[in-house]
Every structure is written in structure tokens, then in C-alpha cells.
Design a protein around this ligand. Structure first.
Ligand SMILES: [Zn+2]
Length: 306
């Protein structure tokens, strides 16, 4: 049945945080299960969504370092017909982290596409000359102001908005603010034909603005990096809390489940999930807890039609 209105569709290209699942050098509980092929843990690539309204041309929300593998796994993103022409028409970057932006390097074969991001994100990318391999003459970079609507694909309206976060890991120096609100960490509000989606893969805490945007959305993809704030430390995987990494925990006081308890009408999906997070083990008590709270756990290849 054809519809007069454009229809928003999202594909989860990758659902994991930096490193993916399993991570190349990791033997944490979740990674050990994944390495051994245990059916309870799905392998996952690093986070990104693809959006479309006509099913033909696509927008990427972030270009993870796993992008080539994600395209291989996603027929809709593969070239159709002859010549060099990808269905990927545009990319929006929410920050300049390696796991959000390094995949641009996989898009360097003179494919016309537009790369959108805040001034701060494009400045960080622009300061790294390796990204000049993605020719600006064919893949122009377009700075977008916070709160300003733009249309990266016909019929798809987007707005970037700030949430608390921090600068990319590779740009950290001195005392790192982990609660900065500015162009460094942004989320995406997308709208097509009245359907609304919010993509928030990194967020240190929920602001009033984010809460209101989430309430107005049909679906919310939200930062599921760590289940517990001290998860990295307790598991001997690192010395930083989740909050120090700019990610609020899923559970506990001030965590995601608590912060969005009022949003029961919104389809809520955890994404950007670190390999240390036990919600990645199907049947675990932690997975049961997020499901009982009304959340879904994103997986690679998940489709959300609105
Ligand atoms: Zn691991």
C-alpha cells in the first residue's frame, strides 16, 4: 500500500559502544561469552543508525569505525545498478569520537554526500588531515547550528540539540568537564510525516529539554553505555566511572531507567552499549530489569518503522 506521507524508517547499523562486542582485546564476562560463541550474547558493531523516508536514499547518524562491515550486512545501503552510486546521501555526526566519526574514512571514494555536524565537531574533524581523504569538493561539510532545523534528505527534518557530555577522548587535556553543554556532544531529533525519533547515543544526564523532546517522540534511542556507574572499575577494565566518561548509567540513582520512568508511552531503546554491560547477556537479571522497565536493547540489524 502506498502512503501519501513520507514514512520514517530507522535501521540499527551498530548497537555497541566503542570497541564493539566482543572487543578485540577484551576478556570481560560479556566478551568471553561472545568470543566463545555463546548464543546468549549477540556480536555487535559500534553504534550508528541509518534513516530513510523513501527507502531509496539514506542518512547515516554517525559513521562508526565499523561502517564498511555494516554496509556489507545491510542490502539497503549497497549500490544498485551500474556505476559508482551509493544510496547513502548524507551523514550526520553527533561528536568527533573515533567510534562516531572514523567511519568517514570508509566513504572516501568520491561519492557525493553531505557531512553535517556542529561547528565544534567539524573543526575537530577538520584539524585531522587524514579526513581530507574524504574530498570536500564531492563530500562537503556543512556546519549546523544547535536548534536549527535542516533537511539532509527530502522530507526528513532534523535538529541537533545539546546534552551534557564531554569532549572526545582524543581531545581530552587537563581537567575534563564531564557536564559541558555545548556543541561537543549533541543528540538528533528527526521528524518525517509526523513521526518523531530522538537519537541520543551519549548523555551525562537528562536535561529538561531532552526530557521534553523524548516525551514528544515516538521512539527514543538512548545511551546504554554502562549498566552501573562503577562497572569499568569493578570489572578491572578501567579506572573511570561512566559519568567521568560522559555517560549516565542505566541503573541506580539518577540512572536512565529512573530518568525516563515518566516516558512509558515512548518506545525506548538502549543503544551504544559497552561490552562490559550485562544487559548484553540475554536472560541476565540486568536484561530482565531493563525489559521490566519497558526498555528494549538494540541489536545490529534492528528495524524500526514509524
Ligand atoms: Zn569486554
Amino acid at each position: 500500500m502506498s502512503r501519501a506521507n513520507p514514512r520514517l524508517k530507522a535501521l540499527v547499523l551498530g548497537s555497541a559502544a566503542g570497541g564493539g562486542v566482543p572487543q578485540w582485546n577484551c576478556g570481560c564476562g560479556v566478551c568471553r561469552l561472545a568470543w566463545s560463541g555463546d548464543q546468549r550474547v549477540r556480536k555487535r558493531t559500534q553504534a550508528g543508525l541509518a534513516l530513510t523516508v523513501d527507502g531509496l536514499s539514506w542518512l547515516l547518524l554517525n559513521a562508526s569505525i565499523d561502517l564498511r562491515q555494516q554496509i556489507l550486512a545491510t542490502p539497503a545501503l549497497q549500490p544498485k545498478g551500474e556505476g559508482r552510486r551509493s544510496p547513502i546521501a548524507a551523514v550526520v555526526l553527533t561528536n568527533a569520537e573515533v567510534d562516531s566519526a572514523a567511519g568517514l574514512l570508509a566513504l572516501r571514494e568520491r561519492q557525493p554526500l553531505s557531512i553535517f555536524g556542529t561547528q565544534a565537531t567539524l573543526k575537530a574533524i577538520g584539524a585531522n588531515r587524514m579526513f581530507d581523504a574524504v574530498d570536500r569538493a564531492v563530500a562537503p561539510r556543512r556546519a549546523v547550528c544547535l536548534g536549527e532545523a535542516f533537511e539532509p534528505l527530502p522530507g526528513l527534518k532534523l535538529e541537533l540539540f545539546a546534552v551534557p557530555g564531554k569532549v572526545p577522548l582524543w581531545l581530552e587535556e587537563g581537567n575534563v568537564g564531564v557536564d559541558d553543554i555545548g556543541e561537543g556532544t549533541v543528540c538528533v531529533a528527526a521528524e518525517a510525516g509526523g513521526a518523531r525519533l530522538v537519537y541520543a547515543p551519549g548523555c551525562a544526564h537528562v536535561t529538561e529539554d531532552l526530557g521534553a523532546r523524548a516525551a514528544a517522540a515516538d521512539v527514543l534511542f538512548f545511551d546504554g553505555t554502562l549498566f552501573a556507574d562503577d562497572e569499568m572499575i569493578v570489572n578491572g577494565l578501567g579506572d573511570k566511572t561512566g559519568r567521568r566518561m560522559g555517560h549516565m548509567p542505566v541503573a541506580g540513582p539518577g540512572g536512565t531507567l529512573e530518568a525516563f520512568a515518566r516516558h512509558a508511552d515512548v518506545r525506548r531503546i538502549l543503544i551504544h552499549i559497552n561490552n562490559s554491560n550485562p544487559i548484553l547477556i540475554e536472560g541476565s537479571p540486568e536484561e530482565a530489569k531493563v525489559k521490566a522497565a519497558g526498555w528494549e536493547v538494540a541489536f545490529d540489524g534492528m528495524e524500526v518503522a514509524l
